[in-house]
Design a protein around this ligand. Structure first.
Ligand SMILES: [Zn+2]
Length: 477
């Protein structure tokens, strides 16, 4: 039925583009300053949700608004249900846009706007797919529900609310990732490691770590670190400063890093260094500015708790992307290696040291077992764990019918093999027992989600629309 769905998708092109432009023009960044009853994530997000639901009502679907947290557009009857999970909230815009992010602009067959590929473009394509299935009047055995979330980019409170007030489908897909499909998503362990500050008994060199600041999100690699160091009384002499400055210059050269050191009038030393930002699920793609700065500072002489902070950062966490020094290294065939990111690093004389980690564990391993390993190791190092948050991993076996069906549809439509993917990130697919992330980005295409000048290729959205229609039909027939 590939040709039929492709033709139908092409017939939708003009209407779809007009709809897409007005949909993308809604600024649906979460804005709690305009939050109210029925609009828990603010005015813009609520407006985007209503735009989808209004379209559903207009086209004769049954719709439901769950107090602004989520919405559903359903078609068909039956006890069994297929879920298609999308989201209408978008991330903040950032700098560097050529055309305004909420004034959709078409250039070279691409539509540029915040949300074009993540996830409003795919969400609308999935809606049109459902409409094509309805208009075809082909008989279905199962009910299909498009479930629209509003808080995917932040706390997933939308899906929490949905799960508490409605029934989550067991089987389905989420058009919020890449083709062919992601069947395994890593789980997360997010602890804060802390160590108190001890009053020094006396330090031969008299150095003190006044403050250390690096990173502000657990799931990002810090791209900057700053530290302030002070001396005790008579150690402030010129010779010491020259010695440290010389070592610092050599260190920067050796690590090909950009940094700065200056001495204030009061004699304090201010260090800063640049790293390379990356997503916390791929720490090996970045350079952690915090652990790098600690690597240098540890060569100076500090008292016990300051030294312990610097040595945790430099001896254990620096470039320990796979958790070997944390004694947690492991991997599985479907989702690869456990990864560790040290995202927020702090020290000051009042509170001592703290390090927020974002650990992503392979989809098929046991989370409690690895939390225990972490606890043992942290204890051994003389640190304490606080504010521990975990989230489960997700895995649908290769031979599950949903994967078989979606693979067949994908292969028919593209002529390519449906190699299964895994991810360190999470999509709504993990909410469904047998849920996979399915498209919309085709293999080899650039992902501009969360970046400036985000775009979607219009032909690709239409192709995805045809695939989604076929997929909905094949899963529900
Ligand atoms: Zn998304």
């Amino acid at each position: 039925m590939r040709e039929y769905w492709e033709q139908q998708a092409l017939l939708q092109k003009d209407a779809f583009l007009a709809d897409l432009k007005s949909f993308l023009a809604i600024n649906s960044i979460e804005d709690m300053s305009t939050a109210a009853a029925g609009k828990p994530f603010g005015e813009g997000v609520a407006q985007a949700l209503e735009a989808m639901l209004d379209r559903g009502v207009h086209d004769g679907f049954q719709t439901k608004n769950l107090e602004g947290y989520a919405g559903t557009i359903s078609y068909g009857e039956g006890d069994d249900e297929i879920g298609v999970l999308v989201h209408v909230d978008v991330v903040t815009v950032g700098e560097g846009w050529i055309t305004p992010p909420f004034e959709p602009s078409i250039r070279d067959g691409k539509i540029y706007a915040r949300g074009a590929i993540d996830d409003k473009g795919p969400a609308l394509a999935a809606y049109y797919a459902l409409k094509m299935v309805k208009d075809s009047s082909l008989p279905l055995q199962k009910r299909v529900r498009l479930i629209i979330g509003t808080d995917e980019e932040s706390g997933w409170l939308c899906m929490k609310y949905f799960a508490e007030h409605d029934q989550v489908p067991q089987v389905g897909f989420s058009p919020d990732s890449s083709f062919p499909m992601t069947h395994a998503e890593k789980g997360q362990i997010n602890p804060t490691l802390t160590i108190p500050h001890h009053v020094p008994l006396g330090n031969p060199k008299g150095l003190r770590l006044v403050s250390f600041i690096s990173g502000d999100q657990g799931n990002s690699v810090p791209d900057k670190a700053i530290a302030v160091i002070d001396f005790d009384h008579d150690a402030k002499d010129e010779a010491t400063f020259q010695e440290i400055a010389g070592g610092w210059a050599e260190f920067l050269r050796l690590h090909q890093a950009t940094g700065n050191l200056k001495q204030t009038e009061a004699g304090q030393l201010h260090f800063s260094i640049a790293g390379k930002p990356a997503h916390g699920m791929e720490p090996f793609r970045g350079v952690n500015a915090g652990t790098l700065l600690a690597l240098f500072l540890k060569t100076l002489s500090f008292e016990a708790s300051e030294y312990s902070f610097l040595s945790l950062l430099s001896d254990i966490l620096h470039e320990d992307h796979y958790g070997e020094y944390l004694h947690m290294a492991c991997e599985d065939e479907v989702s690869g290696k456990l990864t560790v990111n040290a995202g927020i690093l702090r020290y000051n004389q009042q509170e001592g040291g703290s390090v927020r980690l974002n650990i992503r564990y392979p989809a098929t391993i046991s989370c409690p077992e690895y939390v225990e390993k972490l606890e043992r190791r942290v204890d051994e190092l003389g640190w304490t764990i606080s504010n521990l948050r975990t989230s489960k991993s997700h895995y649908v076996p290769k031979d599950h019918p949903v994967i078989q069906t979606l693979s067949r549809v994908y292969e028919e439509h593209t002529g390519m093999t449906a190699h299964l993917l895994s991810s360190g990130g999470a999509t709504y697919a993990k909410i469904m027992n047998a849920g996979v992330a399915f498209g919309p980005l085709f293999p080899g295409k650039e992902s501009t989600a969360h970046l400036a000048n985000e775009y979607a290729e219009i032909d690709d959205l239409l192709k995805a629309m045809a695939i989604y229609a076929d997929a909905i039909y094949q899963l529900a027939k």
